[in-house]
Design a binder for this molecule. Structure first.
Ligand SMILES: C[S@@+](CC[C@H](N)C(=O)[O-])C[C@H]1O[C@@H](n2cnc3c(N)ncnc32)[C@H](O)[C@@H]1O
Length: 289
C-alpha cells in the first residue's frame, strides 16, 4: 500500500475512533445502541410533518434524527433481496455496526463488516453481542481496498453505505474489482453515496471541496461509479436519487441543538443541485463461458 494512503487511513480511522467515542452519533445511539454514521431520509408524510413542526425538546430532536437515519437502512435494504439465513453480506465500511445489525434483524443475513477504525470494531461487536446476533454479525478491522485474507467468491451481497466517498478516485476501480473477487457470480451490490455534480454545475467543485475537506472524502460523480463498477464486472441496475428525501434531514439537523456545522454544505448542494445523494444497485455481470 502507498505510504500516503497509510497516512490517510490513519487520519480517517482517528476521526471514526473519535466519533464512536463521543459526539452526535453516540447521543443518537443512546437508547438502542444502533450506532449509525450516515445521513437520513424522510419516507412518509408523518416524517415530513414531524420535521416541519417545531416544539421538540432535545430528546425529541435526537429521536427524530435517529429515526430518519434508520429510515435510510430500511429503504436501502429493500434492494438487497429476500430474507435468508444463508446469504452472506459484506458490509464495506461498516461504521460502528448499526446498519448491519438492523439488516440482520430484518433479513436474517450473515454479515461481515469491515472498517478501518478499531474503536468502531469494538463498539460494533459489543452491540452485536447485546442484540444476541454475534454469531451472525461480525466486525473486523480491515481495508476494503485490500481484503487479502478474504477468500474468493464467498459473499452474496455487498452493502456500502456512505463509505465509498472515502476511497480516492484512483482506487474506485480497484475497490470494485476487490468486491468482484470476494463475491459469488450472481452477486448484488448496493452502494449509497453522496454524488458530486462538479463539472455539471458551477458550484459543484466548491461544494465537493468543502465536504471533502470536512470529512476527508473524495466525492465521486454518478458516472465515476457507473464506469468504475462496469469495468470491474458490475452492471448498473438502478440509480435512485435520494436527494429530495435527504434534504429535510439536513435542514432539520441544521436547526437542531446538535447541529455539527457540516449541514450547510448539504443544504446548499442539494438545494442548488450541485450535489446529489444516490442509491446504486449493481448486479455482477455473468461470466462468459
Ligand atoms: C460515513 S461512515 C459510514 C459507516 C456505516 N456504513 C454507516 O452507514 O453507518 C464511513 C465508514 O467507512 C469506513 N472506511 C472508510 N474508508 C475505508 C476503507 N478503506 N476500508 C474500510 N473502511 C473504510 C470508515 O471507517 C467508516 O466506518
Amino acid at each position: 500500500m502507498r505510504k500516503t494512503q497509510n497516512k490517510l487511513f490513519d487520519r480517517l480511522a482517528g476521526i471514526y475512533d473519535e466519533k464512536t467515542a463521543s459526539g452526535l452519533n453516540k447521543k443518537l445511539a443512546r437508547d438502542d445502541n444502533i450506532f449509525l454514521n450516515h445521513s437520513g431520509i424522510v419516507l412518509s408524510p408523518r416524517d415530513i410533518s414531524r420535521v416541519k413542526g417545531g416544539g421538540l425538546g432535545e430528546d425529541g430532536e435526537l429521536d427524530l434524527i435517529h429515526k430518519l437515519e434508520k429510515n435510510l437502512v430500511s429503504f436501502g435494504m429493500k434492494y438487497l433481496g429476500s430474507s435468508s439465513s444463508k446469504k452472506r453480506v459484506l458490509d464495506a465500511g461498516s461504521g460502528a455496526g448499526g446498519s448491519a445489525i438492523l439488516i440482520n434483524r430484518k433479513l436474517g443475513y450473515r454479515i461481515d463488516g469491515y472498517t478501518i477504525s478499531k474503536k468502531q470494531v469494538l463498539f460494533a461487536n459489543h452491540a452485536a453481542k447485546e442484540y444476541g446476533v454475534s454469531d451472525e454479525v461480525k466486525f473486523h478491522c480491515g481495508n476494503i481496498l485490500d481484503l487479502a485474507h478474504v477468500r474468493n467468491n464467498i459473499f452474496d451481497t455487498i452493502w456500502a453505505c456512505e463509505s465509498t466517498e472515502h476511497i480516492p478516485a484512483m482506487d474506485l476501480g480497484p475497490m470494485f474489482s476487490e468486491f468482484s473477487r470476494v463475491t459469488k457470480p450472481s452477486a448484488r451490490m448496493v452502494v449509497i453515496a453522496w454524488t458530486s455534480r462538479s463539472g455539471l454545475h458551477k458550484d459543484g467543485e466548491r461544494i465537493k471541496y468543502a465536504i471533502d475537506k470536512h470529512y476527508i472524502t473524495d466525492i465521486h460523480s454518478k458516472n465515476d461509479y457507473t464506469r468504475a463498477a462496469m469495468t470491474a464486472g458490475w452492471q448498473l441496475k438502478r440509480a435512485i436519487d435520494l436527494t429530495k428525501k435527504s434534504l429535510p434531514y439536513w435542514e432539520f439537523r441544521h436547526k437542531s441543538r446538535n447541529a455539527t456545522s457540516s449541514e450547510k454544505y448539504f443544504i446548499k448542494g442539494y438545494k442548488n443541485n450541485s450535489l446529489s445523494y444516490t442509491l446504486f444497485v449493481f448486479d455482477k455481470i455473468p461470466a462468459e463461458h
